[in-house]
Design a protein around this ligand. Structure first.
Ligand code: PEP
Ligand code: MG
Length: 323
């Protein structure tokens, strides 16, 4: 295992038919960067900034955020780092914080919460823009439900930029992307693609909202199926829209790091997979032995099937045959 890790760490994640896939890491703390690099991570695909709150239970200052972002950007440079703005609420609440809601997953969370707390949000955006000069930063907004919300978030970013410009603080241009994790965003991915620089598919929430199952509720966990036909169709809609608009698509939900899904994801045309560091070597081995064209054939075949159980079996058997 250790040996394989060292052997594959510096090899490119490129399919036999020459499709490059960027293998990136999901992190929650700056301390995870060395391990990510040791596993061959080529980028941070998702930094969950809300964990800085959750670890301490109160509001960190703009300066603390800046120091954290800077540390991660410098640790990865010149590789890209996608930092997601606060995804607070729902399943992610700091100890001392309360957001009253009957259905927290459907309530005031993530970008909705940030747009309601403009000063808090602006402090994070300023910290991000200040940190931008220390590496290759991309900013990503969570839980975008429509174009109006994306524009509001971008407006907040522009305001932060304006403030810093007046203070003559150095900044870089930063690509702005969004999480696609709501069915509404998936259905209008073509419109959203015109107004941002990249997509990242959050399958953890996308599956929750598509099938209507609480991702934390064990009683309905048996319905949580990444290869449900509705999920597959949704993923295809997103990826087709992105391809037409020339917008790169990452996937950063758990689905991205499950080796059994690798061929299906190649078939969809995902260009980056972001996962926990330790999953990278195995996924890389499969990608290097796979053809994206075979992924497209498999995808077409399973899109013609009906039952998630049959689709899962088909994918499992195909993967066992090939890898
Ligand atoms: C997701 O929803 O798939 C995702 C990556 O974000 P989180 O798990 O932090 O909600
Ligand atoms: Mg999510």
């Amino acid at each position: 295992e250790e040996k394989e890790l060292l052997r594959t760490r510096d090899l490119p994640a490129r399919t036999l038919d020459d499709v490059p896939i960027r293998l990136a890491g999901n992190i929650e703390f700056a301390e995870e960067v060395p391990s990510l690099l040791a596993h061959g991570g080529e980028a941070v695909g998702l930094y969950r900034t809300e964990f800085l709150f959750m670890a301490r239970g109160d509001l960190p200052s703009e300066e603390e955020h800046y120091q954290n972002y800077r540390r991660i950007l410098e640790g990865l440079a010149p590789r890209p780092v996608t930092i997601r703005t606060f995804d607070l609420g729902g399943d992610k609440l700091p100890a001392g914080m309360r957001i009253a809601a009957e259905n927290p997953a459907l309530g005031l969370r993530a970008i909705r919460y940030c747009l309601r707390q403009p000063e808090m949000f602006k402090a994070q955006l300023r910290a991000l823009l200040r940190a931008s000069v220390h590496g290759n930063l991309k900013i990503m907004f969570p839980m975008i439900s429509g174009v109006a919300e994306l524009r509001a978030a971008r407006r907040a970013l522009e305001e932060a930029r304006e403030e810093l410009r007046e203070q003559r603080v150095p900044m870089k241009d930063v690509p702005v992307g969004i999480m696609i994790e709501l069915p509404s965003a998936a259905m209008i991915a073509d419109r959203l693609a015109r107004e941002c620089d990249f997509f990242s598919i959050g399958t953890n929430d996308l599956i929750q909202y598509t099938i209507g199952i609480d991702r934390q509720n064990k009683d309905v966990a048996y319905l949580y199926k990444p290869l449900h036909l509705a999920v597959l169709r949704t993923l295809r809609t997103i990826c087709d829209a992105a391809r037409s608009a020339n917008v790169p698509v990452s996937m950063c939900g758990e689905m991205a790091g499950e080796p059994v899904n690798a061929l299906v994801l190649l078939g969809l045309g995902v260009t980056e997979l972001s996962m926990n560091g330790p999953s990278i070597p195995v996924v890389k081995r499969i990608i290097r032995a796979a053809k994206a064209s075979d992924g497209r054939v498999l995808l077409d075949r399973i899109l013609g099937m009906t039952f998630a159980d049959d689709i899962e079996r088909e994918v499992r058997e195909e993967m066992a045959r090939r890898f």
